[in-house]
Design a protein around this ligand. Structure first.
Ligand code: B16
Ligand code: MG
Length: 217
């Protein structure tokens, strides 16, 4: 029986990928490292540290320099976050959360971001979830299953009782490795999920539950 929905944040509840791009791009330009929007797609859902590693494409920098660059990128990112309001919730999110609550489901966030609580506060959704797993919750980040298992523990559910909504390949990989049912959002990089939705606009919770329940039988 499905008891909980666990949502990734960036790409599912809101879209901060553009802000991540602008922040990494500024850093890359300052350091004369080529970085394109296509490169940015490879950073979806992975941690800040892994993002830097992918941006560097084999270039070697010291641990101190890496730390300083990540801090600088985050300062740039935070300056973009200042413009985030509830208007930045993705289509259908508000209604889908309300429907899920009305259906008696537990709700959680499972995000790789260390800024997740800040973003949720700006979206006025901090109190909408029973538990928030973020970039501080576990050591091993997506695609490792650890974060979603941590969230399931906090919710008091078995992994077989949860559904993870994810927009990133690494996120669906993590949820599948943990044993959850998965909904791929945006469909581009997530066609290995059990179900795929373009967005949550007009989506009925009862239909999602019916389709996923039929998969597990
Ligand atoms: P931060 P999600 C992820 O959020 C982003 O998709 C990814 O691009 C970013 O590198 C990661 O958070 C870490 O973010 O620098 O804020 O800690 O999709 O897992 O909600
Ligand atoms: Mg995401």
């Amino acid at each position: 029986m499905i008891k909980a929905f666990i949502f990734d944040l960036d790409g599912v509840i809101t879209d901060t990928a553009e802000f991540h791009y602008l922040a990494w791009k500024r850093l890359a330009d300052e350091e004369h490292i080529p970085f394109t929007r296509a490169d940015n797609e490879q950073l979806r859902g992975v941690s800040r540290q892994e993002s830097l590693k992918r941006l560097l494409k084999g270039r070697v920098i010291s641990a101190e320099q890496a730390q300083a660059w990540m801090t600088r990128k985050n300062v740039y990112y935070l300056s973009h976050l200042e413009q985030v309001t509830p208007q930045n919730r993705l289509p259908g999110v508000t209604e889908f959360i309300e429907q899920s609550r009305a259906a008696g489901l537990k709700l959680a966030i499972g995000s790789a971001s260390r800024n997740a609580k800040n973003v949720l506060t700006r979206l006025e959704l901090f109190d909408a979830f029973d538990i928030i797993g973020d970039g501080y919750s576990v050591v091993n980040t997506k695609p490792a299953p650890d974060l979603f298992i941590w969230v399931a523990g906090g919710l008091g559910i078995h992994v077989l009782e949860g559904v993870v909504f994810e927009d990133a390949e690494a996120g669906v990989d993590a949820a599948l490795a943990a044993g959850f049912l998965t909904v791929g959002m945006g469909c581009a990089n997530v066609n290995h999920a059990h179900l795929c939705l373009n967005d949550l606009s007009g989506v009925q919770v009862k239909d999602v539950l019916a389709q996923l329940s039929s998969i597990r039988g």
